[in-house]
Design a protein around this ligand. Structure first.
Ligand SMILES: Cc1cc2nc3c(=O)[nH]c(=O)nc-3n(C[C@H](O)[C@H](O)[C@H](O)COP(=O)(O)O)c2cc1C
Length: 330
């Protein structure tokens, strides 16, 4: 027997397999099943800033004053009419009553404002932690990288001043200095970073000559980007590093822990294989640990991080790239 328990931003988890924010949490039976099959914790799907602003009337105010951006937003987001922020709070409360496993709330925010009060109400539902889902496509040419990062820190501080729960930031992989952003967030009190948020990329249909928005599911290879950053950050920050994207098999979880992750989050593979797959992920992790003689996760966490192995120093940065490119034969 090996011990699988871990601490997630100070919250004790039975194991490191966390259900990522997604519509998997839109059904109470799935949430209960996730607990039954042993999930360490579950992140409830995000409430979006647009939903909150719509409900507090900000969107309508903006519309009546002729703001084109909001008029456009509403025409693209008709579901806002039916997806209220209050309903979401009630949903989180219901989920809280239904299960004992740790629950993490998630807010997708792109600016400051009244929604910070909403984050407070969300915190009062009995969730154990909050995740800030920072999904934003930064296309404004007048905003520098420093402006974008500053906006992120301001948003984090606004929420962290308002609530007492541990907060993780689910980061975009598109910052030019991820290490610096993580260090800045830590210095402001972030207790965890989720590496990374997965952006849905629109496609173009050549028949209709229109944008096509279809789901682009992750593949296992997509885990390599967060894996590298987990390994680069481990031991250099004290906050928890949570691996996310492309986790499909127990081996993928093991890699993240070897790189230094505290836990992992899984979504896509559970849509494909069913929520029961959580049990196989946990069982596979445990049998690997038993075979290797590891009593607990800390026995191998970070073993293949950049910090802990001299040879990895260059490998996680440029050497592997240069070496590999130069060694390829036509
Ligand atoms: C259908 C679906 C809904 C999602 N909803 C959210 C969400 O509400 N908030 C969020 O932060 N991420 C959301 N995600 C992203 C996942 O949490 C996760 O970061 C992403 O799918 C990568 O993990 P995976 O490779 O295991 O799928 C969603 C993903 C899917 C597939």
């Amino acid at each position: 027997m090996s011990e699988l328990n871990t601490s997630y931003m100070g919250i004790p988890l039975a194991n490191p397999v966390v259900i990522a924010a997604s519509t998997l949490s839109a059904d109470l039976n799935t949430i209960k099943k996730a607990e039954d099959v042993g999930a360490g914790a579950l992140v409830i799907r995000s409430i979006f800033e647009e939903q909150i602003r719509h409900e507090v009337g900000e969107m309508e105010d903006a519309l009546s004053t002729g703001s084109e951006a909001y008029a456009e937003a509403l025409s693209y987001l008709p579901m806002l009419e039916h997806a209220g922020a209050r309903e979401h709070l009630m949903w989180v409360e219901k989920a809280r009553e239904a299960v004992k496993m740790p629950l993490i709330g998630s807010v997708n925010a792109v600016s400051g404002g009244k929604w910070v009060d909403y984050a407070k109400q969300l915190a009062d539902t009995g969730i154990d932690a909050l995740e800030l889902n920072t999904y934003a496509v930064e296309a404004d040419m007048t905003r520098s990288s420093a402006d974008v990062e500053h906006g992120l820190y301001q948003m984090f501080e606004a929420v962290s001043d308002a609530i007492d729960l541990p907060i993780a930031v689910k980061l975009s992989p598109f910052y030019s200095s991820i290490s610096n952003v993580v260090a800045e967030l830590e210095s402001r009190g972030a207790k965890g970073v989720v590496l990374f948020n997965r952006f849905l990329q629109p496609d173009i249909n050549v028949e209709t000559e229109q944008i096509e928005n279809s789901m682009n599911w992750s593949r296992r290879e997509d885990a390599r980007l967060p894996l590298r950053w987990t390994a680069l950050l481990y031991g250099r920050v004290n906050l928890d590093i949570i691996g996310n994207t492309g986790i499909e098999e127990p081996e993928d979880i093991i890699k993240f822990i070897l790189a230094g992750a505290t836990a992992v989050q899984v979504a896509g593979s559970l849509y494909r294989k069913g929520i029961d797959h959580v049990a196989q992920l946990i069982a596979g992790l445990e049998s690997w640990m038993v075979a290797k003689g590891y009593n607990d996760l800390s026995a191998f966490r970070g073993k293949v991080s950049q910090k802990d192995v001299e040879a990895n120093l260059l490998n996680y940065e440029r050497a592997q790239y240069v070496g590999f490119i130069l060694s390829q034969k036509a």
